[in-house]
Design a protein around this ligand. Sequence first.
Ligand code: FAD
Length: 288
Amino acid sequence: MSIAELFKKKKIVYSFEIFPPKRTSPIDTIYSTLDQLEGLHPDFISVTYGAGGNPADSSTCDIASIVKNKYNIEPLAHLTCVNNSRDDILEILGKLKERGIMNIMALRGDKRPDIPPKTDFRYASELVEFIRSQGGFHVSGACYPHGHPESETLVDDVLNLRKKVDAGAEHLISQLFFDNSVFYSFLERARIAGINVPIEAGIMPVLNKNQIERMVSLSAANLPAKFTKMISRYEHNPEALRDAGIAYAVDQIVDLIANGVQGIHLYTMNNPLVARRISESIASLISA
Ligand code: FAD
């Protein structure tokens, strides 16, 4: 089923993101993660595509296929174009189609200083259009409540997002944020710009201090005082920081649902225990 269809059937869509294990670990390590995530009944699971985008690396396709065919959960396979040519993309689309994977998260990907970007696709919107032109696929895209770090203004950012939707993206997932008011302002801008596809809120439970520093530099996310106080209070107590991080994520989700959000996308970080604690805390809200 297409992800957009799920939003017609459910009041709130609840989904997870996982990433392929490191190249040095066997792909089977993902099974124990999926064994535990399966019981939490996500509506779909998205599988990230390695930064750098090596077309020979089929782990995203392999794991998305396992999600679909072993666990009977709808997969959303991420795909980036910054380091893939048109032919590379065609080859990957062929593999996805062979395995019955029809939902693709079309991304540009981050430019890496050590790899000159390929030039067939400049923006995710061009990849969206290309995938749609092949037929048989449904396409999702990324959005940024704080604005994408390369966008000069929030207005430019939302107008470019509109191009992605006009190119055929049927559903959007947001970058992480820790201040819900930032997400609500973004939603307002998106709706004013005529973006009417379902937008899921991306929630990342914070589990350690290094993770926050990395994520914040990637996402340009400003941190609210409530959040920074929590970090400084518990930064030297990993167990307390994990518990506080879970409580913070649950608090964000409760507020988002109360404010009518259409979907919650949990960045699980391949940590099923954390996903379980969050899912159990919000189970009755998701199904209400
Ligand atoms: P785009 O939509 O192309 O936007 C990139 C920049 O270009 C923005 O500033 C935008 O405003 C601007 N822009 C877009 N269109 C135009 C236009 N027509 N004219 C001028 N400017 C334009 N990365 C990975 O490597 N693998 C993953 O699996 C992955 N998954 C992600 C999942 C989510 C939910 C999110 C939010 C991000 C993910 N990323 C992933 C990171 C993403 O690849 C980077 O944030 C990347 O820098 C931008 O990708 P994009 O698809 O949003 O790009």
